[in-house]
Design a protein around this ligand. Structure first.
Ligand SMILES: [Zn+2]
Length: 343
């Protein structure tokens, strides 16, 4: 009996392999940008000058390292919401001050209440389908009298989300707004255990079943030791774990617009660093939502007081931001909603 079952499985396996390669080809062929010029117009609004301005602001000493629940972090959250307000990008109707309070009862002991900051652009055709662009806003605070500025972690991600929000807003004003809704989510409590994103996914403002995908950014402004000779790279982590299509969309975005080296080293399921489990996308993944984590890897200033704004590679930060924007653009405008399935 066991032998029979085994041979039947082998037969199924070989048939499935053939169909699998065909399916992959079909899927790849189905992904294309039908108006590259329009995408390029908004990619060109993502500039090193503005990214630098935002990284410098977020990592400035006045925010005291942005420790969850402390005044410096509350101040930076206020700065973040003012940014959206100034662009005319609205808060969710249910949270008119852009804040979702994350109560101290769900945070590690000793921390105060904190908040996620949320803004969104409503889709023109499918307003009830949501693409999230996320970046954590908190950092390590002050340790042993030293401010941890966290310019890369995660001033770089915060600045990238700002630039994408501005680009999408410009598209709206030109009549090229996204067909699906885009949510800009700045979560708190990442450094103390991914708490802001966990709270959000347990208390979502927009229904999780209507969430198409979550693109998470955590450290994209620096170069790690593995890439000193070729800086044009980004680690892409987790994109193929819930949706094969998402994995190929990122490749298509990259091929069409930026040509970075997409490094899948840390996407291996046996990666000992376990980065897939270590930033906010993971809480969305546990709910079955296709996610991707964009990351530059660790460097000598990672979680040190020396992670400063002057060390960010701004042209590279701009390129990486453009890759993520082009990916979000596709997800927001594709005729069919992204499929959460593994081929
Ligand atoms: Zn981080």
């Amino acid at each position: 009996m066991k032998v029979l079952v085994a041979s039947a499985l082998i037969l199924v396996g070989s048939c499935a392999t053939l169909r699998h390669s065909e399916k992959i080809e079909q899927l790849k062929d189905s992904i294309s940008y039908d108006n590259k010029k329009v995408v390029e117009k908004y990619l060109s609004t993502i500039t090193t000058g503005e990214l630098k301005l935002y990284v410098k602001e977020v990592s400035s000493e006045k925010y005291n390292g942005r420790m969850t629940g402390e005044e410096g972090h509350n101040d930076v959250c206020n700065y973040i919401r003012s940014y959206y307000d100034s662009l005319g990008i609205k808060p969710p109707k249910t949270h008119p001050d852009y804040y979702q309070i994350v109560p101290k009862s769900v945070l590690p002991e000793g921390l105060n209440d904190s908040q996620n900051v949320i803004a969104y652009i409503e889709g023109s055709e499918f307003p009830d389908e949501y693409i999230y662009i996320t970046a954590h806003s908190d950092h390590e605070g002050v340790v042993d009298g030293k401010i941890y500025p966290g310019a890369d972690d995660n001033g770089s991600g915060t600045a990238a989300v700002f630039e994408m929000a501005e680009a999408f807003k410009k598209a709206v004003l030109d009549g090229n707004g996204p067909k699906r809704s885009i949510v800009f989510l700045h979560v708190t409590g990442e450094e103390v255990g991914l708490h802001g994103s966990r709270y959000y996914t347990n208390n979502p403002i927009f229904p999780l079943e209507d969430t198409v995908s979550t693109l998470n950014i955590d450290m994209i402004g620096r170069v790690d030791n593995r890439h000193q000779d070729n800086e044009d790279y980004i680690y892409v982590i987790g994109a193929d774990r819930i949706s094969t299509e998402l994995h190929f969309i990122i490749q298509e975005a990259n091929y069409n617009f930026v040509n970075l080296n997409l490094d899948y080293e840390f996407n291996a399921t046996n990666d000992p660093n376990r980065y897939y489990y270590r930033s906010d996308h993971y809480n969305f993944a546990t709910k079955g939502i296709p996610v991707v984590f964009f990351f530059n890897g660790e460097h000598e200033d990672y979680t040190k007081p020396t992670d400063t704004a002057d060390k960010i590679n701004y042209p590279l930060l701009a390129k990486r931001t453009k890759l993520i924007f082009a990916t979000a653009w596709y997800l927001a405008n594709s005729p069919e909603r992204l499929k959460p399935e593994i081929i």
